[in-house]
Design a protein around this ligand. Structure first.
Ligand SMILES: [Ca+2]
Ligand SMILES: [Ca+2]
Ligand SMILES: [Ca+2]
Ligand SMILES: [Ca+2]
Length: 448
């Protein structure tokens, strides 16, 4: 039996439960960590969903994520030994380590740039970009390989678990479950370009995570495995082989990681990231040759395969969204001129305080008792005869005009129940108990 996991950090608080003051967290929080006697700063970026990404200043991996995810992952290994096998552990000399040199930042503080080190005759650094726009629960990793020599160099690049299990989000279950993927299957293989995995462990703060290894038109993936180094449920690596860095040129390998708190949101967010846009590819220097993406760019004003529209911007609130889809209710983006709200798959017509499935905000008259409402009978509000008043205010005993006879609203006992069905059963309960009591009295009377 697996031991119960103890959360390493704070419990995850769903976005809708956070006070407004916490929703505007500062964009960059630098936490100082003490590790193995070495003091170093590990910068933490918070994404657009309020989740944190703490970047290890030594290897550029994610030291910790909240909700708990990725811990210690991904490490980078680069070798010019092209016979290197996926089952081989990366030699220390091929593994990216900075010696805890302080990272710098780019993209207005949203990108962590780790120190440059020499590996396989290349100058190597990592860039981790975490935007904080609405719904942006992701990090973009960019491995940058600069060739200072006058001759080209060909290398093999590994991302992920290098020598031991370190993908905390999928531990504890003994299995590695692919929840959604670019081909709809549940197996990892080199033909995939995105997938999601993870467990939702209630109370432990784990999240569902997604991986976009490369763009569908530019795949260079040659290995994608999770069963390595004896850690089938805690290891994950992939490789890009035969990467030739031109003389005095710079090559970049770009991939994305997502944090979400439901499987459905993770699948949607990860699939959307697999389609490149001016937002997801922001800030990549033109001198970098990105070798694993060859996709249409959403936002370049050119209507291409896979795009319903392209209005040349990254605005997600207009008629053509930031993923080049025509705006619809349910796409998780508030179409400014047409919708009051849109929480995507969280839209609901029977839950309190949710955005409704027609993208209108919860209100008095929608038939659901929302915060601030004592009752809500929908179209029956204000029709009298015990119905909820037209302003959805609770009808209290002192304001009753019938001398204190129970009103339908009072029968609800003031409980903020969510659906009409639940309210109906609440009102029915005292009646049923009274009937049973009277029935029992009658039987006792007859039996005498
Ligand atoms: Ca386009
Ligand atoms: Ca737009
Ligand atoms: Ca919408
Ligand atoms: Ca309501």
């Amino acid at each position: 039996m697996e031991p119960v996991r103890i959360p390493k950090e704070t419990y995850y608080v769903p976005r809708e439960m956070k006070p407004a003051s916490l929703m505007s967290w500062s964009t960059l929080v630098v936490l100082v960590s003490i590790s193995a006697g070495t003091a170093h700063a590990d910068p933490t970026l918070r994404d657009g969903n309020g989740h944190s990404w703490q970047i290890d200043s030594d290897d550029g991996g994610i030291r910790n994520g909240t909700p708990d995810a990725f811990d210690g992952w991904p490490t980078l290994c680069i070798t010019d030994d092209l016979s290197f096998a996926p089952t081989d552990e990366c030699p220390f000399d091929d593994t990216y380590r900075t010696g805890f040199t302080e990272p710098t930042t780019g993209l207005a503080g949203r990108e962590i740039i780790t120190a440059t080190v020499s590996l396989a005759n290349l100058r190597v650094h990592r860039r981790i970009y975490v935007p904080d726009g609405p719904g942006q629960g992701w990090a973009r990793y960019m491995e940058v390989l600069e060739n200072p020599a006058s001759t080209p160099t060909t290398v093999r690049l590994r991302v992920g678990t290098v020598s031991y299990g370190s993908l905390a989000t999928i531990d504890g279950t003994g299995s590695f479950d692919v929840l959604a993927s670019s081909d709809g299957g549940e197996a990892l293989h080199r033909g995939l370009y995105w997938f999601t995995t993870g467990i939702l462990c209630l109370g432990c703060g784990d999240s569902t995570v997604g991986f976009v290894m490369d763009g569908p038109g530019g795949s260079r993936l040659t290995t994608l495995e999770n069963d390595v180094f004896g850690y089938p449920s805690r290891s994950l690596l992939w490789e890009y082989d035969d990467i030739t860095v031109p003389a005095r040129g710079t090559v970049a390998v770009v991939y994305f990681l997502t944090h979400e708190v439901t499987h459905q949101r993770a699948a949607v967010a990860t699939e959307e990231l697999s389609r490149a846009s001016i937002t997801t590819m922001a800030g990549i220097p033109e001198t970098y040759q990105v070798i694993n993406w060859d996709s249409p760019i959403c936002g370049d004003s050119v209507l291409e395969d896979g795009e319903e529209c392209d209005d040349g911007n990254a605005d997600r609130a207009d008629a053509c969204t930031d993923v080049c889809r025509n705006a619809t209710c349910g796409d998780g983006r508030v179409y400014a001129a047409m919708e009051e709200c849109d929480d995507g798959m969280a839209n609901a017509d029977t839950r309190a305080d949710r955005c409704r499935t027609d993208c209108t905000a919860p209100r008095c008259g929608d038939g659901v008792v929302d915060t601030g409402e004592g009752c809500d009978d929908g179209a029956a509000n204000g029709t009298g005869a015990g119905a909820c008043p037209s302003d959805c205010a609770e009808v209290g005993p002192s304001t009753s005009e019938d001398g204190g006879a129970p009103s339908a609203s009072r029968d609800r006992g003031g409980c903020a129940v969510e659906s009409g069905k639940l309210r109906g059963s609440n009102a029915f309960l005292p009646v049923a108990l009274s009937a049973l009591f009277l029935f029992g009295l009658r039987r006792r009377h007859r039996s005498r």
